[in-house]
Write a protein that binds this ligand. Sequence first.
Ligand SMILES: Cc1cc2nc3c(=O)[nH]c(=O)nc-3n(C[C@H](O)[C@H](O)[C@H](O)COP(=O)(O)O)c2cc1C
Length: 211
Amino acid sequence: MESKILYKMRKEYTPGPLTEDIMSASPFIQFDRWFEDAKKEEKQEANAMILSTSTPDGSPSSRVVLLKSFSGEGFVFFTNYNSRKGREISENPKGAILFFWPQAARQVRIEGILSKIDAKESDDYFLNRPAESRASAILSKQSQILNDKNQFDEAVKAISSHESLKRPDFWGGYILSPHYFEFWQGALSRSHDRFAYKSINGIWSVNRLYP
Ligand SMILES: Cc1cc2nc3c(=O)[nH]c(=O)nc-3n(C[C@H](O)[C@H](O)[C@H](O)COP(=O)(O)O)c2cc1C
């Protein structure tokens, strides 16, 4: 295939400047403020985030998952524990999530440690999902080779009408407990604003970074 040159694909960002005095001392509160803005402004799902994991020898992999809750403890999403990401997390719990909110020219990077949430919390969320989503989670061997998609779809349809579809042990939530956040705000002429928060012994410090 011919190479496609994207040199001319550039956009100027024109939001207000981001200054230290308007950043919260808590990165969780700062995240909440930006998330509320994103919910109003973004055309895409504001809670879509890119989750990166890696193998113990450092081969990275990334995919989109949906943020389903957050608090001062961390950021929760749901998935199949036997999927590629699940296998990587079981061997190397270090992970990163990334939000890109293009309408606001904002990016948030968060790094931390991933762990499974309580079974009870996963049960509660599972029961909230529509029947077809529960059936799909039960029958999907996520990330393995699927030879017959029609058969899978039929099987999902067939069990969707069952009343009590319980959460299987191999499906549930993870929480990413952060030790690092970075808030990036695009600005004119690539003079972007970046603030990095680091936690040392539970105390957060914040610094501006070069763009
Ligand atoms: C918008 C969007 C939302 C998604 N949300 C989830 C999710 O919440 N959980 C999930 O397991 N996969 C979700 N996926 C699918 C994942 O990106 C990925 O294909 C799947 O989890 C398998 O990844 P793995 O093989 O790296 O484990 C989503 C994909 C997109 C594009």
